[in-house]
Design a protein around this ligand. Structure first.
Ligand code: GTP
Ligand code: MG
Length: 198
C-alpha cells in the first residue's frame, strides 16, 4: 500500500541524485510509452510526475519518495526520433550512467507499449540490462487500447521473441493501464515483495 508519495528532486546528472540509501525502482522505455503516467497511477496522484501527449517530455532523472521508505524513479524515454541527435545522445548517456552507477537501484520496470510488435530498440535495451545483470520486469502498457484477443496475442508474441533472443525464462511480466488502473495492484505487490527481501 502506498500511503505517501512526494516528489524529491530532478537531476541532469547521476552524481547529483539523492545520496540516501532508499531502495529505488526505475521506469524506463520508449518515449511516450507511459512511464510518468504509471508512476501517477501507482501513487493515485495525477500530478506527481509530468505526463504529456508529446513524446520526449521527461528529460531528467526524477526521484519520488514513497512511504518515506523507497523511491520510484522516472527516467527520460529513449528512441524519440524528433529529438535532436545531440540531445538524444545526452539522454542516452544520462540513462546509461544511471544504470552504471546507481547502487540504490533494486529493480527496473521496462515499459513496452502492448499495441506493438517487438521493436529492436526495446529488445536491445532488455538484452543490455540482462548482460549487465540488472534485475528487471516488463510492463506492457496501455492495455485499455486493445481487445483481449489482441492483447493476448501481442504478449505471447513478445514472450516468444524473448525466448528466441536466448532468454531461458522470461522475467516477471505485468499488464497495465494507467487509465483503468489495471496492473497497479500486481506491480505494487511485486515491489513490496522485493522490498521485504532486501
Ligand atoms: P516521455 O516522458 O515523453 O518519455 O513519456 P512517458 O513514457 O513518460 O509517457 P507519459 O506518461 O507522459 O504518457 C504519454 C501519453 O500516453 C499521454 O498522453 C498519456 O495520457 C498516455 N498514456 C499513458 N499511459 C496510458 C494508458 O495506460 N492508457 C492510455 N489510454 N493512455 C496512456
Ligand atoms: Mg515521462
Amino acid at each position: 500500500m502506498i500511503h505517501s508519495a512526494r516528489f524529491l528532486v530532478s537531476n541532469s546528472t547521476v552524481d547529483q541524485c539523492p545520496k540516501s540509501s532508499f531502495p529505488e525502482y526505475a521506469f524506463i522505455g520508449r518515449s511516450n510509452v507511459g512511464k510518468s503516467s504509471i508512476i501517477n497511477a501507482l501513487t493515485n496522484n495525477k500530478k506527481l510526475a509530468k505526463t504529456s501527449g508529446t513524446p520526449g517530455k521527461t528529460k531528467l532523472i526524477n526521484h519520488f519518495l514513497i512511504n518515506e521508505a523507497w523511491c520510484l524513479v522516472d527516467l527520460p524515454g529513449y528512441g524519440y526520433a524528433k529529438t535532436s541527435k545531440q540531445e538524444r545522445n545526452e539522454l542516452k548517456k544520462l540513462v546509461n550512467d544511471y544504470f552504471a552507477k546507481r547502487k540504490q537501484l533494486v529493480n527496473t520496470f521496462v515499459l513496452i507499449d502492448s499495441r506493438h510488435q517487438p521493436q529492436d530498440i526495446d529488445v536491445d535495451f532488455i538484452n543490455t540490462l540482462g548482460a549487465q545483470q540488472h534485475p528487471f520486469s516488463i510492463v506492457f502498457t496501455k492495455v485499455d487500447k486493445l481487445s483481449n484477443a489482441q492483447r493476448q496475442n501481442n504478449i505471447s508474441v513478445y514472450k516468444s521473441h524473448l525466448i528466441e533472443q536466448g532468454w531461458e525464462s522470461v522475467p516477471p511480466l505485468f499488464e497495465s493501464s494507467a487509465k483503468t488502473g489495471e496492473g497497479k495492484k500486481e506491480i505494487l505487490s511485486y515491489i513490496e515483495s522485493v522490498n521485504s527481501n532486501l
